[in-house]
Design a protein around this ligand. Sequence first.
Ligand code: SAM
Length: 453
Amino acid sequence: MAALPQISMKPEVHEYLRNVFMNKELLMEVEECEAERRFLALLSCLSRPPSFTCVRVSTHLAPRHEVQQRLQQYLLQQQSECSYPGGVSAFPLAHPLLADVLLLPVVGPRPVCVLDSEVIVGAQCGNAVLRGAHVFSPGILSTPKFLKTGDAVSVFSDVEGKCTKGAKEFKGKKVFLGNGVSRVDRAQIFCTDGPVRGLGIQMTEPVYSSPSFDGILPEFVFLQNLPSVLVSHVLGPKPGERILDMCAAPGGKTTHIAALIGNKGEVVALDKISWKVDKIRALAQTLKLDCIRPFCFNSIRAVSSQADNTADGPPFLQESFDRVLLDAPCSGLGQRPNMAVTWSLKEICSYQPLQRKLLHTAVQLLKRGGVLVYSTCTVTLAENEEQVAWALRTFPCLSLQAQEPHLGAEGMLGAGLAYDQRLLLQRFHPEPALSGVADRDTIGFFIAKFTKT
Ligand code: SAM
């Protein structure tokens, strides 16, 4: 039996995060040993998948209960084809507070015995396997010398990116993901023209299992982490409004906003990377949402300096939007499962100034009386509570607002925010699911809601 995965990171990053979770302000209220326990629990949770897989239902196309039944049919089929004990859960649960969410329990960690034959996959591929995927050939880094189609193998993730492509064995740090059966020969994976596409290892005994949604009801269900679904509800868009999503690709929240306004109004979606903007377009088409207008544009430059600007694309005149979402580019340290943070401390710290520039644009483009939602999928203070404190100091026109629904914990101590202010924030700390409380065992996430007066 193999040990459970642990997240690894550079010592400087570990030290930085430890200081965040054991900061002076926090230690005035929480015992040092309790703060340390929470930090270690966070590190352990980050390396595991959340205990529920969350899907958003296209309630603009069909009622949730109908989609729930149709999804169950597909999942029962998958369950019947599943060879390992415990299988996958086939019964989607309706979220009690979010009317467009279905949850599926993730089964695991299950005890699986390690085999002699080892296949090593890259960290990203490994994370996907922990969320229920099979191994696709391009993700494979190392196999035994004589691997043949049909061989039973144990699959490991190269968490530190040290394994050489084509290696015949690997002695570095690796995390066990489960057992599977090879669907390819070694020669097909490491041939000189590049690996064959498609299935490489079919997982038969994954340590964690959740159903595959690949190609299932694509216009009706969209895989999205629970706090991400919450963001568009908190934004509270109304039909007929003009809404800006400043960092929109691949369009998860953009399409949700468009669905919430029943496709009536205008959702402008900006992203600075052109191939990602194509993804927004494709998703909008799949979900049959034509009120979305995607543009490839750097949002930092999205405010027009011309008073007589009449163009309907970016840049825009000041105070052009009823609501603005800034789902900011961030260090992503809340993502789960994540067995290795490969970034340097310098990279992690580079996001705060970028987010501040984007916040400047957001405030300028928002109408008076309008709503601004700021969110990240990271756990640092610098990108979350410190940004809120900075925004309140820098823009006296902003005030923090209560969020509906409120499922997360309050904002963290350490950025000088008052208790009342912290209560208005939602912070999702990855933490083990308590019995019956599925909502908190999510990715790490942060949401703040402001209005502009
Ligand atoms: N909101 C998206 C969703 O729910 O699907 C996820 C957004 S992701 C956290 C951040 C995005 O910001 C990336 O797609 C990145 O390309 C984009 N981005 C980064 N800097 C930007 C900028 N200056 N202007 C516009 N987009 C930017």
